[in-house]
Write a new protein. Structure first.
Length: 134
């Protein structure tokens, strides 16, 4: 279920990624890392990272991880994603490490962990992505 073209397809950016200032890096097939340096534009009224920013970070990392293990001509879409907030983050770089746990022909199940600049855990996530096309 692996294809180099799928990995290349996820290396380009998209408007929300650019708007948030998110950078993606790959590793082994089935893994991905998303980085984002927090700024005022990412804050909620309390001055910490808005939950939607963390959601976008893990959703994007999981999508890239899924794209790295599917066949050419296929693509993925989020089906379900849960996010558990552990502690707030107000500044510095957030890093979301995503990896797939179980792939089936039509679904990929993943986990992600978000760490702050001090390497402390900020959030955990679990998600399911549909594998479409092909």
């Amino acid at each position: 279920m692996s294809n180099e073209n799928s990995i290349e397809a996820t290396s380009g950016s998209f408007p929300l990624q650019e708007f948030l200032g998110m950078e993606l890096t790959g590793g082994e097939p089935g893994t991905s890392v998303a980085h984002l340096t927090l700024g005022e534009q990412h804050a909620n009224p309390n001055g910490v990272a808005h939950g939607a920013v963390l959601f976008a970070l893990v959703d994007t990392a999981m999508g890239k991880a899924t794209m790295s293990v599917i066949d050419e001509g296929q693509y993925c879409a989020s089906v379900e994603l849960s996010l558990r907030f552990i502690r707030p983050a107000a500044q510095g770089e957030l890093t979301a490490d995503a990896r797939h746990r179980q792939a089936r022909q039509d679904q990929d199940h993943l986990e992600a962990r978000v760490h702050g600049p001090d390497q402390r855990l900020v959030a955990t996530s679990a998600g399911t992505f549909a594998i479409l096309g092909g």
